[in-house]
Design a protein around this ligand. Structure first.
Ligand code: ADP
Length: 421
């Protein structure tokens, strides 16, 4: 549960040209968004993506941010050329960072550590927004970092721009995280800090949620112990795209060791992460009567002869159990947010009044391939929401897919936190 200091969300009134920089992996993206002052279902924008050269990922902070600032400056010049690029004009930028950052204000935060192949020691422990700001100034680009956010906050902002009933966002892709709008006086970490709006967005970092009540199997325990980050991201390891295929592989490996059902055993099944989640989804969703897709995928992956029908059925069953569990846990997380904010149909004290006519419509913005591309996952998640909340309450909850919250949402937040009238 991390403070974001975001206390204003875009509502459609934003006007002007804003920029965003999305840095989260070996590629970074730059965006320009044009806002007309009235909510529009289509946001006119341009986006460009660029790879970060390998040597810069382990170089110095100055080298990395000078490279990014130069690319950003060239992008701005290209975009503004037609309207007469002016170096003096001040621009505003939303900066999305998908590395662990301890936020110190809405526009500053300390980089706690790099992940995904980056190792630039002089950035760790420093304000990452300031590192970028200094590089922008050094490279002669008149642009101010107005907000520093993570991708879930961007998703919430984009959702809120389109629909003001949006109060939370969830991302379920390679990893998983969520954020939600909380009353400032209900946030212990705020310790008396007040915001004009009376609320603040809380970055839940729910991927690292853990509780002894979470029913962990021996497969989860082994997967965690053998991962590069044991005892971290426990919830994520049961839910997200990075891990679902790997859990299935572990279950089937044990089955093949303990029974002779998998007569054609392949040593390839012992290779961690050989079964990727998209492949698992394709087998799970094989609708052919003889499960041809399962046979084909399994044979290709493990280089084994034809898979008997009963084994194909078993593979589908294991995929189903693992995905259903993941979707139900994600649904439980969403209900947790509704409960905490009094939107689950019960009062804060817990007395439930199901079907309350005064129930508020609640929108949760959602992104990530697990939800958008894995139909069974999505259906199980919806099913669990209806089951936990009951039909009467669940009908007030809308999960709204947004696209590119980490880019567009950051630009929108730059607009809603802008100092330009
Ligand atoms: P990000 O890597 O930014 O989270 P995505 O939201 O696209 O991007 O998520 C990618 C992850 O989603 C991949 O790691 C993969 O495991 C999973 N994935 C991608 N496509 C599918 C699919 N069709 N079915 C199931 N999982 C998928």
């Amino acid at each position: 549960m991390l403070l974001t200091f975001v206390d204003t969300l875009p509502n459609g009134d934003e006007k002007g040209i804003y920029y965003a920089l999305d840095l989260g992996g070996t590629d970074f993206r730059v965006l320009q968004v044009q806002l007309g002052g009235r909510r529009s279902s289509i946001l006119p924008h341009s986006v460009e993506q660029q790879s970060i050269p390998q040597d810069l990922m382990t170089s110095t902070s100055e080298d990395l941010f000078d490279f990014i600032a130069t690319s950003l400056k060239e992008f701005v010049e290209r975009k503004e050329n037609s309207s007469g690029y002016s170096p003096e004009k001040r621009r505003e930028l939303g900066f999305t960072v998908s590395f662990p950052v301890k936020q110190t204000s809405v526009s500053s935060g300390i980089l706690m550590r790099w992940t995904r192949g980056f190792a630039i020691h002089d950035t760790v422990g420093k304000d990452i927004a300031e590192s970028l700001q200094l590089a922008l100034t050094r490279n002669g680009l008149n642009m101010r970092v107005v907000v520093l956010v993570n991708d879930t906050v961007g998703t919430l902002a984009l959702g809120h721009y389109h629909d003001p009933d949006t109060v939370a966002s969830v991302v379920i892709g390679t990893g998983t995280n969520a954020c939600y709008v909380e009353r400032t006086d209900a946030i212990i970490k705020c310790q008396g800090l007040v915001t004009t709006s009376g609320f603040m967005v809380v970055n839940m970092e729910w991927g690292s949620f853990w509780s002894s009540h979470l029913p962990r199997t021996s497969y989860d325990i082994d997967l965690d112990a053998e991962s590069p980050n044991p005892n971290e991201q426990g919830f994520e390891k049961m839910i997200s795209g990075m891990y679902l295929g790997e859990i299935v592989r572990r279950v089937i490996l044990r089955m093949s060791q303990e029974s002779d059902i998998f007569s054609a055993f392949s040593s390839k099944l012992s290779i961690p992460f050989i079964l990727r989640t998209p492949l698992m989804a394709a087998m799970h969703e094989d609708n052919s009567p003889d499960l041809r897709e399962v046979d084909e995928k399994w044979r290709q992956m493990l280089e084994v002869p034809e898979v008997p029908k009963k084994v194909r059925k078993l593979i589908v069953k294991v995929c189903d159990i693992v995905t259903r569990r993941a979707a139900r846990l994600a649904a439980a997380g969403i209900v947790g947010i509704l409960k905490k904010t009094g939107r689950d149909g019960g009062s804060i004290t817990g007395s439930r009044s199901r079907g309350d006519a005064r129930m508020r419509r609640t929108v949760v913005a959602i992104e990530g391939s697990l939800y958008t591309s894995y139909t069974m996952f999505r259906e199980y998640l919806h099913e669990a929401l209806r089951e936990i909340l009951g039909e009467d309450i669940a009908q007030h909850l809308v999960l709204e897919v947004t696209e590119d919250g980490s880019g567009l949402g950051a630009a929108l937040l730059a607009a809603s936190h802008s100092s330009t009238p």
